[in-house]
Design a protein around this ligand. Structure first.
Ligand code: SF4
Length: 273
């Protein structure tokens, strides 16, 4: 499918990719096929699999950071983790996974979702705890919208962060602004652009200023309970998923490539500044 969409990168997400018994093998298959491979992980089994993933040339891991101490993690987690002892184990596993990345030469960054300004103390504490060499990405919460964006902007201002670059993914809603802190730490503020697929989104009931949370972010590949690979274009509209074989010959494939090419041309033509 990546070739069908002229992609250069595969990103492993989940569930939790490090729990997949063949995560290193899958990484190697994708790398051997010519793709850069990244992963988003909560670090659950990263310590055990990172050596093999690094050998398979995994490029980077974006670790999802919830919060410390354990009592705080227990508060915001699945009922299974409300027990602070289990939460502490999870935090320890995450720290070991991040250390394993360093040991094996895999790039690592920390993703912190900021729902609103009540999370500012947690974010500041995490920024103080992490090594300045670790890239931190502050993610807006789709559920919290403007209060999330305002909170991130306040936190960045409190750290005296200075914006130095803006990155836009052509043909997808992902965009990032890079900030530099006085201690030279790099922070990325990840936000969402209101990108739509011209035909697929035109008739969608969520296609308005408030109900479409993520816009068109890109395609996701799912393996369903019947053993069929499904291609999804929207997390809010799983009914739009197509079996892989059907997707490859559908107009949606051309629509995705066309949107990307048109946006790329438009963005390249835009004056910088
Ligand atoms: S919810 Fe999904 S399908 Fe609907 S407009 Fe948004 S991106 Fe398009």
């Amino acid at each position: 499918m990546p070739c069908a969409l002229e992609l250069t990168e595969v990103h492993l997400t989940g569930g939790e990719p490090t729990l997949h018994p063949a995560v290193a093998t899958l990484t190697k298959i994708a790398v051997d096929a010519g793709f850069r491979v990244g992963m988003t992980s909560n670090g659950e089994r990263g310590e055990r699999v990172m050596g093999d993933c690094a050998a398979a040339a995994l490029d980077r891991v974006n670790f999802s950071i919830f919060g410390t101490p354990a009592s705080e993690l227990a508060d915001v987690q699945h009922p299974r983790y409300r027990n602070p002892v289990l939460a502490q184990r999870r935090i320890d596993a995450l720290e070991r996974s991040m250390a394993a990345c360093e040991t094996h030469g895999v790039k690592a960054s920390a993703n912190i979702v900021v729902p609103d300004y009540t999370h500012a103390p947690r974010v500041h504490r995490l920024l103080d705890e992490f090594s300045p060499n670790l890239t931190v990405r502050l993610l807006m919460s789709l559920d919290h919208g403007d209060s999330s964006i305002t909170a991130i902007e306040r936190i960045l201002a409190e750290r005296c962060a200075v914006a130095e670059a803006h990155y836009v993914t052509a043909g997808g809603s992902n965009s990032r602004t890079a900030y530099r802190l006085p201690d030279c730490r790099r922070i990325l503020f990840k936000h969402i652009r209101p990108v739509r697929l011209p035909q697929t989104c035109a008739g969608c009931r969520f296609n308005n200023g408030t109900d479409c949370e993520e816009g068109f972010y890109g395609v996701r590949l799912y393996y369903d309970r019947t053993g069929t690979w499904q291609v999804g274009v929207c997390i809010q509209r799983m009914d739009l998923c197509l079996p892989l074989e059907e997707f490859l010959t559908s107009p949606v494939r051309a629509e995705i490539i066309g949107l990307r090419n048109a946006e790329y041309t438009r963005l390249r033509a835009r004056p910088v500044g």
